[in-house]
Design a protein around this ligand. Structure first.
Ligand SMILES: *[C@@H]1O[C@H](CO)[C@@H](O)[C@H](O)[C@H]1NC(C)=O
Ligand SMILES: *[C@@H]1O[C@H](CO)[C@@H](O)[C@H](O)[C@H]1NC(C)=O
Ligand SMILES: *[C@@H]1O[C@H](CO)[C@@H](O)[C@H](O)[C@H]1NC(C)=O
Ligand SMILES: *[C@@H]1O[C@H](CO)[C@@H](O)[C@H](O)[C@H]1NC(C)=O
Ligand SMILES: *[C@@H]1O[C@H](CO)[C@@H](O)[C@H](O)[C@H]1NC(C)=O
Ligand SMILES: *[C@@H]1O[C@H](CO)[C@@H](O)[C@H](O)[C@H]1NC(C)=O
Ligand SMILES: *[C@@H]1O[C@H](CO)[C@@H](O)[C@H](O)[C@H]1NC(C)=O
Ligand SMILES: *[C@@H]1O[C@H](CO)[C@@H](O)[C@H](O)[C@H]1NC(C)=O
Ligand SMILES: *[C@@H]1O[C@H](CO)[C@@H](O)[C@H](O)[C@H]1NC(C)=O
Ligand SMILES: *[C@@H]1O[C@H](CO)[C@@H](O)[C@H](O)[C@H]1NC(C)=O
Ligand SMILES: *[C@@H]1O[C@H](CO)[C@@H](O)[C@H](O)[C@H]1NC(C)=O
Length: 527
């Protein structure tokens, strides 16, 4: 079906480059090629960190970004990563996923702004620099915040981040510049087991998804912002959690309590598979697997549970079932992993198999009532796509194909597999044009589009009218969205974290109050 919403990009690009005569049919049925970025061990000087591999500035500085909610802007840590005194520069760089040195980027510009990200985010120094996705796609003069403090997110959300909140600058800029067909994205975390054959790079796709990572039927649901503790809007209901023992038998952590489903929020950067209320679910896990946990990990799988003895680990899988029967089986090699920590003095990552970690954060005491979260280890086995324009998110079982097969997704969440000939692709390969593309795209107003179109052929004018309608429709829709966004969703990081909250680690006692960042969310009553 002809989709008018795709016209603005095709039209804009065509007019901008005035390459050859306009091909309306091509502009109408095509979409920009999705922007795919590696999600892997990013090299940061002499260390590495896992994240979405984006570069900033000229010459390029590497970063391991993670997405965050409700963040809208994109931020980095500067040469001071605020890790505390016991961390070296190299250790902090690994922990933060990079350290931005604006003074060594020739494209950096100061861009003071009174823009503030709502709580819990810290103050930023605002600047602009080029954000490089891959060889096809660069956003020029992209606004970037440089954090001016640690903000108490500890090991939960430690890294440089691009915001995928409801007014995400990265999605809006890519969309406005015609780089993506809709404000959609898809994430495969990859696999991070203890051995080479249980490790795989992931990828992060803007404007579509990687079909080769999606297997079987999908689970699609509306983004739902009604729960103020779920800023991502990706609320799911877990109806069963089942242990799959190696001998083929299964046992449910729900133990017949099928009526008490767990409401959970998908938080794709959260460092473990999931948080799970201790009573009764985690206690049931302990009794079914004959294990009693007393220690937490403070490494990369922050606040997971440590096995005291590698000989007594659970060797089965865990199957998560959602409300309509969709289920994802997390294999043992992604569920129980070596304790992976950053050496604070060298920044190297050390995997320690003598205290394996179960990537489940048992929530108890003050956190018992928190909304459970499904984190990035869930995305080792599930593939996730989200589309702000269609207001939906989609899950599949993850397929482990290495080869990419990208599919663009339009604003109605429909796949489009015809790509515009004049996407920014063909132009950014030439060395000088990217700067002008970015600048022009940003400045080209609806009026300009319509104005140029009127000067063109009659056919063009008709399309322009379509564009105009679409743009005004979009504006209206935007207003509606803003209306139902909760205003008081977030609390400041808790003061009870004490002086240690500046440090990316905390005391090593299980019963101690878990300094969960979910403290910054109000407790929810539904559970
Ligand atoms: C992101 O944008 C939405 C919509 O404008 C806004 O409600 C929300 O507070 C913003 N997030 C932050 C962290 O400022
Ligand atoms: C750049 O775009 C072309 C198609 O337009 C695609 O074939 C190629 O794989 C893209 N390169 C990257 C790095 O995404
Ligand atoms: C979205 O963010 C832009 C700045 O990036 C701001 O000008 C605009 O008012 C915001 N829109 C909403 C609805 O919050
Ligand atoms: C999800 O599945 C439905 C029903 O099979 C299908 O119509 C839809 O296109 C799928 N969504 C995506 C994004 O593939
Ligand atoms: C959002 O989720 C809540 C809680 O699960 C549910 O009651 C509500 O109907 C949902 N709203 C929409 C629009 O789906
Ligand atoms: C399978 O293993 C589980 C856990 O060790 C055990 O509880 C169960 O009895 C075993 N089932 C059979 C049929 O051996
Ligand atoms: C459970 O673990 C304890 C020691 O941790 C051991 O003595 C006991 O035999 C185990 N029980 C089973 C059924 O494996
Ligand atoms: C990286 O280099 C710094 C010095 O610049 C050094 O202190 C640190 O130990 C090195 N780390 C690794 C993992 O080699
Ligand atoms: C990525 O880094 C982790 C942690 O250091 C390591 O265990 C893993 O082997 C690395 N993966 C690849 C593909 O290099
Ligand atoms: C692994 O952890 C154990 C227990 O915490 C510790 O004794 C051992 O020294 C560690 N090994 C390495 C290589 O760090
Ligand atoms: C995790 O491993 C590191 C070294 O790799 C070790 O220093 C640390 O003590 C381990 N954590 C626990 C709680 O055993």
């Amino acid at each position: 079906m002809f989709n008018k919403r795709r016209v603005p990009c095709g039209l804009t690009v065509t007019l901008l480059f005035s390459l050859q005569s306009v091909s309306l049919s091509a502009a109408g049925d095509c979409a920009p090629y999705p922007v795919s970025v590696n999600l892997n061990n990013v090299t940061l000087g002499n260390t590495t960190a896992r994240g979405v591999s984006l570069s900033v500035g000229s010459p390029k500085q590497s970063f391991a970004f993670l997405p965050q909610w409700p963040l809208n802007s994109t931020f980095v840590y500067g040469t001071d990563g605020y890790c505390g005194e016991s961390w070296s520069e190299a250790g902090c760089r690994t922990f933060r996923g990079g350290a931005y040195d604006s003074s060594s980027s020739t494209t950096y510009k100061d861009a003071p702004s009174n823009h503030i990200e709502a709580s819990p985010y810290p103050d930023f120094t605002w600047g602009k620099d080029d954000l490089i996705f891959n060889s096809n796609t660069t956003l020029l003069d992209f606004p970037i915040g440089i954090a001016r403090s640690d903000w108490g997110a500890q090991g939960y959300h430690p890294q440089v981040a691009f915001g995928l909140g409801r007014n995400s600058t990265i999605l809006n800029s890519l969309y406005t510049a015609g780089h993506i067909a809709s404000r959609s994205w898809a994430m495969f975390w990859g696999r991070t087991g203890g051995t080479a054959n249980t490790q795989q790079d992931g990828n992060f796709v803007f404007g579509g998804f990687d079909k080769s990572k999606a297997s079987g039927d999908n689970y699609t649901s509306d983004l739902n912002y009604s729960n103020k503790n779920c800023a991502s809007g990706m609320l799911v209901t877990i109806t069963d959690l089942e242990l799959n023992f190696p001998n083929g038998t299964t046992a449910s952590l729900f133990d017949g309590m099928q009526s008490s489903a767990i409401l959970a929020c998908i938080v794709p950067d959260y460092p473990v598979l999931m948080t799970l209320p201790r009573d009764p679910y985690f206690e049931r896990f302990e009794s079914l697997t004959n294990e009693s946990f007393s220690y937490r990990g403070f490494g990369v799988y922050y606040y997971g549970m440590l096995y005291p003895n590698p000989d007594s680990i659970y060797t089965g899988d865990l199957t998560v079932t959602l409300n309509n029967g969709f289920s994802v089986r997390i294999p043992n090699d992604q569920l129980v992993v070596p304790n992976l920590t950053i050496d604070p003095s060298t920044g190297s990552l050390n995997a320690n198999g003598s205290t394996p970690e179960l990537v489940i954060n048992s929530i108890q005491q003050v956190n018992q009532g928190d909304l459970p979260q499904l984190g990035r280890q869930f995305l080792s086995s599930a593939y996730l796509m989200s589309n702000q324009d269609s207001n939906t998110f989609t899950l599949w079982n993850a397929a482990l194909e290495e080869e990419e097969n990208l599919v663009a997704i339009d604003t109605n969440n429909k796949p489009v597999d015809i790509y515009c000939a004049a996407t920014p692709t063909s132009t950014s390969s030439s060395t000088s044009s990217p700067h002008s593309i970015g600048n022009h795209d940003k400045k080209l107003s609806t009026g300009a589009i319509v104005g140029i179109a009127i000067g063109s052929a009659a056919a063009l004018a008709i399309v322009a009218a379509g564009v105009f309608l679409v743009v005004s429709k979009k504006k209206k829709k935007g207003v509606v969205r803003v209306n139902y966004y909760p205003t008081a969703a977030y609390r400041d990081p808790p003061s009870e974290l004490g002086p240690s909250h500046m440090e990316p680690h905390v005391p090593n006692e299980l019963p101690a109050k878990p300094p969960s960042p979910s403290h910054r969310f109000a407790n929810i009553q539904e559970l």
